[in-house]
Design a protein around this ligand. Structure first.
Ligand code: DON
Length: 534
């Protein structure tokens, strides 16, 4: 490892104070960014149950000792899964079957992902990295009022949908500003601490999960758990605007999407710089979004099952042609935007930079807030509802309004397509920016807009994460979702052009920017995050 400069700073931008304090403590005791990330991931499984997890999956993008790595710990479809598993006899999608309850979960990948990251890049002992989470599960943590109210809302929603197996019962004691203990989760974390990956995928924990599945009619088996493999993949690296963008490869759709977005913007932006969040700026980026999402629906899926035309989708000639039909003052017809290569709401993200200049961008999820709403009784953790990220039927939207076809249809052991886009911007191979966000398909907009905010508009980290963002994704037709705070005149002008504006906040960004060795870190103010530079 490169020698640390005695004055070099470290920074963490994390989704809650427990993960922030833990990541900082691990860095201060000499751990590297990956050690801090692993400890934080396990802490978030305790203190941020709506998204932090051991029952879900995610992606960890690493820049360490000058080299990039991408740990793919995305969930996989169980072996009994099949293409039409969410369709009724008439071939229609069964509402909510892939979203809530026992049938919604893929085989979890988080523990295997952390194990692989540790084997490849860790420097402190595994045991040390698990201990903060074990303590918080065993002794309890103080429930943030925002968490308590999300839990209450979710209990009501589950009751309305009549899908509650045990969510209300498990979280009944998680009241605002009180100590919440999770003894079953503590025991599971101890097995992981003592036995490593096998403490989850084999032995007692695996048996508890499989028996629980049997009892409630689910399909994940002990064999599925044993077969799960996290994978180390080559990150996508591309030049943009004097920087190198290091970002997420498939099964994330996000890396290709942000690069298409950033590069098409470079191609079509007028020579007079557009003002941030002006009508023309939002319109041009929305037009690009239509094309990006048409390609996403057709060509993106698990690369182990479907050949993703990565090179073609990022070729400059292709992007030139693709963006040539964009007009600066007129909305294109949604139905006319087809995939271009023909002729031939809860996740969590954190960013860490250590004193050696290594960086981790990690996005992890159980999909929607609190996942499937099912807690594995006896093991104390929530299962994901990631199966909804597959395309249940060609052309039918999932909960994020995303459509897909063959590339993202269900197959046993296949990974469902994701929008999670942990990304690191490099300048001369040194970390310039670490970024990422939750938010389903809106993640892609949050990430590319954060890069434009920081680079094109020179914003501080604080401003980068809090400046209002917007999102357009082809369908629903001409709808731009946007954050409160966008200028009223801009909204009126976009409506006049024919857009429908939908004010709904999305994402929770945690960003670190490196200004020539001086780190600047921020967590979005609407969340419960905590960023520190030290
Ligand atoms: O992987 C994906 O794209 C989704 N499962 C992420 C879900 C998400 O970000 C929900 N958060 N608000």
């Amino acid at each position: 490892m490169a020698k640390a400069d005695a004055s070099a700073q470290s920074a963490v931008a994390m989704p809650d104070s427990y993960s922030s304090d833990t990541a900082r403590a691990i860095l201060e005791q000499g751990g590297n960014a990956v050690d801090a990330a692993i400890a934080a991931q396990f802490v978030l499984a305790v203190t941020l149950p709506e998204a932090g997890n051991i029952g879900g999956g995610g992606f960890m993008l690493i820049q360490k000792d000058g080299k990039g790595d991408f740990i793919d710990y995305r969930e996989t479809a169980p072996s009994a899964a099949h293409r039409d598993m969410y369709l009724d006899k008439k071939g229609d999608v069964i509402t909510n079957k892939s979203v809530y309850g026992i049938h919604a979960s893929g085989v979890p990948g988080s523990v295997a992902g952390m194990w692989l990251a540790h084997q490849k890049h860790g420097s402190l002992k595994w045991n040390t990295l698990l201990t903060p989470a074990v303590k918080l599960a065993e002794n309890g943590f103080i429930v943030h009022p925002k968490l308590a109210s999300s839990i209450e809302r979710y209990i009501t929603r589950m009751a309305k949908k009549e899908v509650n197996i045990n969510f209300a019962e498990h979280f009944a004691l998680a009241k605002a500003n009180t100590v919440f203990k999770q003894p079953e989760l503590a025991a599971t974390l101890k097995r992981i601490r003592e036995q490593g990956k096998a403490g989850f995928y084999e032995g007692k924990t695996a048996k508890i999960i499989a028996d629980f599945m049997d009892e409630h009619g689910g399909i994940i088996t002990q064999a599925d758990l044993k077969a799960y493999q996290a994978k180390s993949r080559t990150p996508i690296k591309a030049d943009w605007n004097g920087y190198e963008v290091l970002t997420s490869p498939p099964p994330s759709s996000g890396g290709i999407a942000i690069l298409q977005w950033l590069k098409m913007y470079e191609l079509i932006k007028p020579s007079d710089k557009l003002a941030n969040n002006s009508v023309s700026y939002i319109h041009l980026l929305a037009e690009i979004g239509k094309r990006v999402f048409a390609d996403r629906a057709e060509y993106l899926g698990d690369p182990d099952f479907y050949e993703v035309p990565k090179t073609e989708l990022l070729a400059m000639e292709y992007l030139k042609e693709r963006s040539s039909t964009i007009t600066p003052d007129k909305i294109s017809n949604t139905e006319d935007i087809k995939p271009g290569l023909y002729e031939s709401e809860q996740t969590t993200h954190f960013s860490i930079v250590d004193k050696w200049g290594n960086a981790v961008a990690n996005t992890t999820t159980i999909n929607l807030g609190f996942g499937s709403g099912v807690v594995v009784t006896g093991a104390g953790f929530l299962l994901n509802d990631e199966m909804d990220d597959f395309s249940a039927k060609p052309g039918v939207m999932n909960v994020f309004g995303a459509i897909g076809g063959k590339a993202n249809e269900i197959h046993p052991h296949k990974r469902m397509l994701s929008s999670m886009t942990p990304t690191i911007l490099l300048k001369d191979n040194k970390v310039k920016m670490v970024t990422g966000s939750p938010g389903g398909t809106t993640i892609i907009s949050s990430v590319y807009e954060s890069i434009l905010n920081a680079v094109e508009f020179n914003m501080s980290a604080e401003k980068t994460v809090n400046s209002p963002r917007f999102h357009h994704q082809l369908w629903p037709k001409n709808v731009i979702r946007y954050h409160p705070g966008l200028d009223k005149q801009v909204i009126n002008a976009l409506e006049k052009m024919g857009y429908s504006l939908d004010e709904r906040r999305f994402g929770d960004m945690h960003v670190i920017i490196n200004n020539n060795g001086k780190l600047d870190a921020a967590s979005e103010a609407s969340g419960r995050g905590k960023a520190v530079v030290f």
